[in-house]
Design a protein around this ligand. Structure first.
Ligand code: HEC
Length: 133
């Protein structure tokens, strides 16, 4: 918008005005998820894990999978690294959190929600679950 206005003014006056120092660079693009490869918790991916914990909290995973994410017998599975998450690669996890298609190609059953979550959120979430031994 601002660029367009400047261009219009420039055209109207037929002069080129160089506005030194006022050039607004495009907003910094959001950083891609730290990495496609979720490794063991280290200082470098501690931030990713913290972010994943926030995603878990804001999506209420704990309301059904319990506060420790170890699942409720006869209702929901453990989603800790030693639970169902073990079967998942980052790619199949992202698919699952976005479409409800499970690791084995089936579909998650209700009441597990189909989140339509983008990788921006599901990748940190995966790192967080993987960090829970
Ligand atoms: C309303 C309750 C509820 C909420 C909220 C919920 N889950 Fe679930 N989840 C379930 C139930 C019940 C199952 C078992 C469904 C099944 O057997 O297909 C399940 C299954 C799963 C599975 C296993 C899928 C598979 O391979 O069979 C994963 C992974 C999972 N949930 C992750 C999550 C995450 C991550 C969140 C938060 C973003 C979440 N769930 C929130 C109830 C819930």
């Amino acid at each position: 918008m601002r660029l367009l206005t400047t261009a219009t003014l420039t055209a109207a006056f037929g002069v080129t005005v160089i506005l030194a120092g006022t050039h607004s660079s495009p907003a910094a693009a959001p950083k891609p998820a730290a990495s496609n490869v979720v490794k063991k918790p280290t200082a470098s991916n501690a931030a990713l894990i913290t972010q994943g914990k926030a995603v878990a909290n804001s999506n209420g995973c704990n309301s059904c999978h319990t506060a420790t994410y170890s699942g409720k017998k006869g209702f929901s599975p453990s989603i800790r690294s030693t639970g169902v998450t073990k079967q998942y690669t980052l790619a199949t996890w992202e698919r699952m959190m976005n479409t409800g298609v499970t690791e084995d190609g089936g579909h998650v059953a209700k009441p597990m929600p189909v989140y339509r979550m983008s990788a921006k959120d599901s990748a940190p979430l995966y790192a967080f679950m993987k960090s829970l031994k």
